[in-house]
Design a protein around this ligand. Structure first.
Ligand SMILES: N[C@@H](CCC(=O)N[C@@H](CS)C(=O)NCC(=O)O)C(=O)O
Length: 217
């Protein structure tokens, strides 16, 4: 399998984390989001990540995670149907109600664009609601769903990378300060061997990403 994207992308890293955790072999193909005719054949929206499989290409992070999970190795989705739905519920909540409002601040944070006043006004209350919902749904004892790490732990970890950075840079808001349960879980996840590998790759990829952004200004 080939994973298209770049190591500082949080969506890419959620998929990469799962591939590494499952011990599956894959090739990383570095590409930044773009609208070239060539790349639109890989990802119809020009986003990352995309996964090339023997049967063709798949996009959308949560879909990739479900696909990859079925490819052997330890499973990161619960086998019980109800528990599996609860895991997917956390994943969906994390993306829709935390990641997406937080991303509205990324123009200002990552690209240095002038503040978008509607995003500034609207993102924080939405993120608060999303975070509160996740806090209710997740046991964090020690993982989000209890004893075993699931795909929800992996996805939320990388959602928080953007949410925390944007909250701090735009609002001077320490996102998890009022959520000690999630904070302790986050610290535990950061100690995981795969997290450390993904984070090290992300850190190493940052200078090139910043140069890429600057070249677009
Ligand atoms: N819903 C998509 C979102 C992927 C996404 O937004 N990726 C970012 C990089 S972290 C991207 O490609 N942004 C460029 C763009 O939106 O055009 C997924 O789950 O994979």
């Amino acid at each position: 399998m080939k994973l298209y994207g770049f190591s500082a992308s949080n969506y890419y890293n959620a998929v990469k984390h799962l591939l590494l955790a499952k011990g599956l072999s894959f090739e990383e193909v570095k590409v930044y989001p773009n609208q070239s005719e060539e790349y639109l054949k890989i990802h119809p929206l020009g986003k990352v990540p995309a996964l090339e499989t023997p049967k063709g290409i798949i996009v959308e992070t949560d879909v990739l995670m479900r696909y990859i999970d079925q490819k052997g190795g330890e499973s990161f989705f619960p086998s019980d149907d109800f528990e599996r739905a609860k895991c997917e519920e956390i994943m969906k909540m994390a993306e829709i109600y935390l990641e997406l409002p937080a991303r509205r601040l990324s123009g200002e944070v990552l690209l240095g664009l002038p503040r978008c006043e509607s995003a500034f006004k609207e993102a924080r209350p939405l993120m608060q609601k999303g975070l509160r919902a996740l806090d209710v749904l997740c046991s964090c004892d020690p993982y989000l769903m209890g004893a075993k790490m699931t795909a929800a732990d992996i996805l939320l970890r990388y959602v928080l990378v953007i949410a925390k950075m944007n909250a701090f840079k735009v609002y001077d808001w320490k996102l998890l300060a009022d959520y000690p349960k999630l904070k302790a879980w986050e610290t535990k996840m950061a100690m995981n061997e795969v997290s450390q590998k993904v984070d090290a790759d992300a850190k190493a990829a940052l200078p090139e990403l910043m140069a890429h952004f600057n070249s677009k200004k």
